[in-house]
Ligand binder design. Structure first.
Ligand code: ADP
Ligand code: MG
Length: 347
């Protein structure tokens, strides 16, 4: 277990921390915008940068002041510096504790075909994977990864996310995986920490940071584009009745009547229907609107709908099977259902 307590570092214009963090034998993904302090956090834990204050311990042993070579920490940066005069295989074998696993890591990382080439002849993405294999082969007690797949094309990155999560879990060590890509963070992490301005804003399971963000910053960073102010009309048992413009929405949450709250709805949780398709399940939490804009994004469509009864635009995502049945043109009318459990209130 990795334990970080009150870790601080001040650069000229950047204050990092104090950060407290505990990482079990799990994958913790760190998500945050450029300049938020992700690399600083890893550099401090790795011992490349000395902290101004705080402590770092691994399995009960204090790491502060411990020489780099004794830390048994595997570190992979975005530009995993390889030895240019050695082949990929020699690089991976350089500090390997178990040479038999080289082929296994190479196969999993899809670099078997390039093992006999030297780094300068490899693409950026191949170099990154060789660097990752080299670090894995050294059998570390702690693994720190700083955007190690940033140069990969989307399809292979998606494949590797699944493989890597299984591999990291099998290592039974703390793994910290830094990325600025929300999908990678939530697909790879058992937990995700969202970093902002040198501090951790929220740590939680992927489902928690996506569906129950603690702040507007976390909400936006995890794809919750739908953030609106609403008035709480009343609270009944576990349901709050909210008003936005002339729309009333039920939310499975607690809120004080008469207060103004910010509600947050993830686009993927809104169901879209054709207006007269006869397939509306019920009228509760169903709103109508006009499509303002739509665009293709990966394997789904992102649709922005201006609501008829409130001055807001709701963003929703639609999968191809539903999309094919909908009159999706700018100006088309649609109806949408927002499940009461999909409405989250930010304080
Ligand atoms: P991220 O990895 O999230 O993009 P970094 O941890 O690299 O962010 O940087 C966080 C902030 O600390 C930035 O404002 C950066 O300019 C500053 N910083 C990082 N390293 C140094 C350094 N060695 N000297 C001065 N400022 C630094
Ligand atoms: Mg960085």
């Amino acid at each position: 277990m990795l334990e970080v307590n009150s870790l601080t570092k001040t650069y000229d214009i950047f204050d990092f921390g104090p950060v407290d963090l505990t990482v079990d034998d799990e994958v913790l993904s760190i998500l945050g915008p450029s300049g938020s302090g992700k690399t600083t956090l890893l550099s401090l834990i790795a011992g490349i940068v000395d902290p101004d204050g705080g402590s770092i311990s691994l399995n009960g042993d204090r790491l502060n002041g411990c020489p780099l070579q004794e830390r048994r920490t595997g570190l992979v940066f975005q530009d995993g510096a390889l030895f240019p005069h050695m082949t990929a295989r020699e690089n991976i074998g350089y500090a390997a504790t178990d040479r038999d696993r080289i082929a296994e890591f190479a196969s999993l990382l899809e670099i078997t075909d390039v093992l006999d080439r030297r780094p300068p002849t490899l693409s950026g993405g191949e170099q990154q994977r060789v660097a990752l294999a080299r670090t894995l082969a050294a059998d570390p007690d702690l693994l720190l990864l700083d955007e190690p797949l940033a140069s990969l094309d989307a399809p292979i990155r998606r494949r590797l996310r699944r493989e890597l999560h299984a591999l990291f879990t099998s290592l039974e060590i703390p793994v910290i995986y830094v990325t600025h890509d929300q999908r990678t963070a939530t697909a790879l992490g058992d937990r995700t920490a969202i970093v902002r301005d040198g501090a951790i804003e929220q740590v939680g399971s992927p489902m928690t940071v996506i569906n129950r963000p603690a702040t507007q910053f976390v909400a936006r960073f995890t794809g919750n584009e739908n953030l609106f102010d609403a008035t709480v009309v009343e609270q009944r048992e576990d349901t709050a009745l909210l008003r936005v413009g002339n729309i009333r929405l039920q939310a499975t949450t607690a809120a004080a009547a008469g207060t103004t709250v910010t509600l947050c709805i993830h686009p993927s949780r809104i169901q879209v229907y054709t207006p007269n398709g006869g397939d509306d399940p019920h009228d509760e939490n169903t709103v109508s609107g006009t499509i303002d804009r739509w665009l293709t994004e990966g394997n789904e469509y992102r649709v922005e709908v201006d609501l008829d009864d409130a001055p807001i635009t709701l963003t929703t995502t639609i999968r191809p099977p539903s999309f094919d049945q909908l009159p999706l043109e700018t100006g088309s009318s649609v109806r949408m259902t927002i499940p009461p459990a999909a409405i989250h209130l930010l304080s």
